[in-house]
Design a protein around this ligand. Structure first.
Ligand code: ATP
Ligand code: MG
Length: 373
């Protein structure tokens, strides 16, 4: 597939990072809805890239917020790329931790959840030299102040007890290389990732403007669009966003017993009548949402069924729903973890395919920049 096969969004007005975050969010939402409707009709027009930082074990936030959506999109027929963002592990910490174990655990989670290596390319970006080489020309296309005002970077910095590293400041540019090396045009994300997508689009546009490929038919890079996640904010057991670094997670790979124990401790409120009200009862509503996602039901209807059953009734129902839904996934995961040779083979094949595609893109970039000696 070449970039010519991929649709790009219509040109947007203005240059630079969108000055109005609200306006840019609205535009992203509109494009996301439009693409969502088109995916079923023309899956062949789209190449999807998503990924995770291997900073720990994947959890229910990943599973319901991202992984099951990736599987849905893969099964619709999209060319799918799943990135293990191992270099991103070190932008906000000193060591790599249990990196290798986390990488293979994530691959087992992907495959167990339904990612099919025949249709999705799973790769680690550290293994793809030519992808990383894109970083140099891309860095020339952004300014220091554009990088510093990225709200996600600011937020990450605020939540970190360390000074800004050069890698943290520039990781959104590295992420642009992740998306652009394979010319992905849809990136399923949560809202927090929208500023990165905006930067990726900016780099794609500036690359073509600066290096003389202004003819739209000859653009090196398509403009990637965000595809907003249907469940972007699964809360953890303490009522804040479920996140590896907050210790509030239920891991995909946990046992049914561990899951039951953790859900028993989950925060709820004192009203015995269960209702779905995400604004005023976030913890109770999050548990209802998890039950709904696990059963394919509706959270408000599940609340009606529980009625005056209180937090205890709610937790019992959620525990059963999650454990039942995940039982086959967990069984496959156990089998996969027992076969590390296979997991390695999947990763190596993905790295090889990603390298071929990145080499091709890098040679187009070098040609556009007159560096094809
Ligand atoms: P860390 O604490 O190291 O940042 P994390 O648990 O937040 O880890 P990430 O690797 O940052 O996980 O998340 C990868 C992707 O998974 C996110 O971009 C998002 O799409 C999805 N995701 C993670 N946590 C959640 C969540 N709680 N709800 C919905 N989606 C989530
Ligand atoms: Mg995170």
């Amino acid at each position: 597939m070449t970039s010519g096969d991929l649709p790009t969004s219509s040109a947007e007005s203005g240059d630079g990072l969108a000055s109005s975050v609200d306006g840019s969010l609205r535009a992203s939402l509109r494009r996301s809805e439009h693409i969502e409707a088109d995916l079923e009709i023309h899956p062949e027009r789209y190449r999807m890239l998503t990924g995770d930082r291997p900073t720990g074990k994947l959890h229910l936030g990943h599973y319901f917020g991202s992984l099951s959506n990736r599987v849905r999109l893969q099964n619709l027929g999209l060319d799918s790329w799943v990135l293990i963002a191992d270099y991103q592990v070190i932008y906000d910490r000193d060591g790599v931790g249990d990196l290798k174990a986390n990488v293979y655990s994530a691959i087992a989670d992907y495959l167990a959840a339904g990612i099919d290596p025949a249709r999705s390319t799973i790769f680690a970006h550290s293994a793809v030299a030519s992808l990383n080489q894109l970083l140099l020309p891309f860095l020339s296309l952004v300014t220091d102040s554009e990088l510093r005002r990225n709200p996600t970077v600011k937020d990450e910095l605020a939540n970190s007890d360390r000074p800004m590293s050069g890698l943290m400041l520039t990781f959104p540019v590295h992420q642009a290389a992740d998306i652009m090396f394979c010319k992905a045009n849809v990136v399923p994300v949560g809202k927090d990732q929208l500023p990165h997508l905006e930067l990726t689009r900016l780099i794609a546009k500036r690359f073509d403007e600066r290096y003389g490929r202004a003819n739209p038919d000859q653009q090196v890079f398509p403009l990637a669009d965000a595809l907003l996640s249907p469940a972007p904010n699964i809360l953890g057991l303490d009522g804040t966003k479920m996140s590896k670094s907050r210790g509030n997670v239920i891991e995909i790979g946990m046992s049914a017993e561990q899951t039951a124990k953790l859900i028993k401790k989950a925060k709820t409120d004192s009203d015995r009548h269960i209702s779905y009200d995400p604004e005023n009862r976030p913890e109770v509503s999050n548990l209802l949402l998890l039950a709904a996602l696990a059963t394919g039901g509706d959270p408000a209807r599940i609340a009606d069924e529980i009625g005056d059953g209180g937090g205890g009734g709610l937790k019992k129902l959620v525990t059963e729903a999650i454990n039942e839904h995940l039982a086959p996934v967990r069984a496959r995961r156990t089998e996969l973890m027992a076969d590390p040779g296979y997991l390695e083979q999947v990763l190596h094949a993905g790295n090889e395919k990603a390298t071929q595609v990145a080499d091709q893109t890098l040679s187009e970039v070098r040609k556009a920049m007159q560096m094809d000696y």
